[in-house]
Write a protein that binds this ligand. Structure first.
Ligand SMILES: Nc1nc2c(ncn2[C@@H]2O[C@H](COP(=O)(O)OP(=O)(O)OP(=O)(O)O)[C@@H](O)[C@H]2O)c(=O)[nH]1
Length: 153
């Protein structure tokens, strides 16, 4: 089966005011999310929960594949967000968590993206199973209603 992935970078789209509409339409478009902040930027870290809440609201589910990627771990001197804080947040939000340096390790970036892709595949399989179950139930109901026309199901 062929799979195509498109990536939309929502950089600089804020979640307030008129930019929020644009952010929401980007979220509607996505099937999975990679939320990124840097160890040197506390305000971005603090905006992650809000962003995840918007994603959950727009997508109307808590099960949307999302990974949190924390960048610039090579800049230990400028660190203002501890690894433990990021991990705790990711665990609260039920997201996978990766701390890495885009500048120093492209393999780590691949690992994070592969994890997201695996989660999307799993979610898609769950969706197919649920659809299959629903269609078998409908067929069963239909067969029963033919057998017992007076019965209500
Ligand atoms: N030391 C270090 N610098 C990085 C790393 N990743 C990005 N940078 C630097 O951070 C700056 C911003 O990088 P960009 O790739 O433009 O980031 P962006 O996605 O535009 O970031 P936002 O403006 O927050 O959306 C650039 O000067 C990069 O060279 C990293 O892992 N380590």
């Amino acid at each position: 089966m062929e799979e195509n992935f498109e990536i939309l970078d929502t950089a600089n789209k804020e979640s307030v005011g008129s930019a929020a509409t644009s952010l929401e339409s980007s979220i509607k478009w996505g099937d999975s999310f990679l939320i990124m902040y840097s160890i040197t930027d506390r305000s971005r870290f603090e905006s992650v929960s809000h962003l995840k809440r918007i994603i959950d609201l727009v997508k109307q589910t808590l099960g949307i594949p999302t990974v949190i990627v924390v960048n610039k771990c090579d800049m230990e001197n400028g660190r203002v967000v501890r690894t433990g804080e990021g991990k705790a947040l990711a665990s609260d939000l039920r997201c996978s968590f990766f701390e890495l340096s885009v500048a120093e390790c492209s393999v780590a970036v691949e690992v994070a993206v592969e994890k997201l892709v695996r989660e999307v595949r799993l979610e898609y399989q769950r969706h197919l199973l649920a659809m299959d179950k629903q269609s078998r139930m409908l067929q069963m109901r239909h067969a029963l209603s033919l057998k017992h026309p007076a019965a209500r199901f």
